[in-house]
Ligand binder design. Structure first.
Ligand code: LLP
Length: 424
């Protein structure tokens, strides 16, 4: 459920016309609905009313400070994977005591920054990482709170690029060796074991694989108890899918019921790391039609957003619904919707049935709130899009469109290269 709807033929975000935002801020522009973000957060919170988990918003899904701040103001914590995300999360008002730090490649420097911030815990993904955390904590003269991310070897049945809990994936420590890893952690003077973690993949429409993985993790927790290791936090990651096209994604209520039922008997605290389910359908990317053309075989709609703005179609062959921002009765044709970038992979849709829009007409790429802007780049030296947050009748530019100057920030032409720009 989201707040992007047509009123008298015009697409609105809450009470603001998408066309007004596009005209005032220019295109391409990401538009997020605050009301939808809040609604999604509450849906998860309510679904888990019995276990009252710590909901650590997975910042990578949409890292805009305003979005992080909105969730922080609702009581969320954060799931981070880099020093940059730590910086953003703290700056946006996240309480560092509610931050969990995941990721296979944390550097010693990042670990030190996170320790200095006093985060809730590291989800360690290898024995060597545990050793680095130990070394850094020893230098700082403190104890580092750690969980171990286990790889439960479960097929989550999602796109191979976003499945993370199978043996062939780089993530976590193989569950069969996890007891040994915990023994290593226990032997370290500067590590404090606080929990266990898993995350088996993203855009999961069925809960069964999460449940199966969780059962394996609970089995491990029993084994650890026999080893004298108590687990306080169980972090089950994120991964709940959303509807992009016609997927029947499990609801937060079904998800919560399955998890709470499986967790019966576990007395610790639950941690969730939702990303996409909170932000995916709360955002769109609005773009303008630059040109139309056809070659006898195909019709093309060339728009001003490119794969640098929204890479999911190019990268995962992902489906994003495309809506005209102004409804039209004009005839519909199969069209390729493509961007301006010099790559054949720069497309949003192939053979999509859409009305032929006027030059200058606007389209909305729907469900672009997750892994949209956060995966964007400057490829082809394109300035990254503006981001807007709508809240009721108001809208706020929460990230200005990048400037040309920002494109070359930090670059330097060495003096040995004589050009007009550095030679007189
Ligand atoms: N926790 C961990 C450790 C993760 O790696 C992820 C996502 C999440 C939580 C949040 O998962 P979510 O609830 O959003 O499914 N770029 C891809 C998705 C990559 C997901 C990476 N990890 C896409 O556009 O579909």
């Amino acid at each position: 459920m989201n707040f992007f709807t047509y009123k008298k033929g015009d697409l609105y975000c809450e009470d603001v016309k998408v066309r007004t935002i596009a005209e005032e801020t220019g295109t391409p522009v990401y538009i997020y609905s605050a009301k939808t973000l809040r609604r999604h957060y509450r849906a998860i919170e309510r679904a888990f009313v019995r276990t009252k988990p710590l909901i650590c918003y997975s910042v990578k899904a949409n890292s805009n400070s305003a979005v992080i701040a909105l969730f922080a103001s609702m009581g969320a914590g954060a799931d981070i994977v880099s020093g940059g995300e730590l910086f953003r999360a703290v700056k946006a008002g996240m309480n560092s005591k509610t931050i969990v730090y995941s990721g296979v490649g944390k550097t010693a420097e990042e670990i030190a920054e996170a320790l200095a911030r006093n985060i809730l815990m590291f989800n360690a993904e290898s024995i060597e990482e545990l050793e680095v955390i130990e070394a850094v904590a020893a230098l700082m003269g403190i104890k580092a709170p750690v969980s171990i991310r286990v790889n439960p070897d479960i097929n989550p049945h999602t796109h191979p690029y976003i499945s993370t809990g199978m043996k062939k994936n780089k993530f976590g420590i193989d569950i069969r060796y996890a007891r040994e890893a915990y023994a290593v952690a226990r032997s370290k003077r500067h590590l404090q074991i606080v929990g266990i973690d898993m995350h088996i993949g993203s855009q999961l429409t069925s809960i069964a694989p999460i449940k199966d993985a969780l059962k394996r993790v609970l089995g491990l927790i029993n084994g650890l108890r026999r080893d004298g290791i108590e687990i306080r936090f169980i972090d089950i990651g994120g991964g709940l899918g959303i509807t992009y096209k016609d997927e029947r994604a499990a609801s937060p209520d079904d998800y919560a019921a399955a998890i709470e039922q499986t967790l019966q008997g576990f007395s610790g605290n639950l941690i969730l790391e939702p990303g996409r389910v909170l932000v995916g359908n709360a955002g769109i990317l609005a773009s303008k039609v630059l040109y139309r053309k056809e070659n006898g075989m195909k019709k093309f709609m060339i728009v001003d957003a490119g794969m640098n703005d929204l890479i999911r179609p190019s990268f995962y062959d992902a489906y994003h619904e495309i809506l005209p921002v102004k409804k039209t009765r004009s005839k519909r044709f199969k069209q390729d919707v493509v961007g301006p970038i010099c790559e054949s992979g720069d497309f949003f849709a192939h053979g999509r049935e859409l009305p032929v829009l006027e030059q200058g007409g606007l389209i909305a790429l729907m469900s672009a709130g997750a892994y949209g802007f956060s995966m964007s780049s400057n490829y082809n030296s394109r300035r990254r899009a503006a981001e807007v947050l709508v809240d009721g009748r108001e809208y706020h530019v929460v990230r200005a469109r990048e400037t040309n100057e920002a494109l070359i920030r930090g670059e330097k032409i060495p003096p040995s290269i004589k050009t007009r720009s550095n030679h007189g």
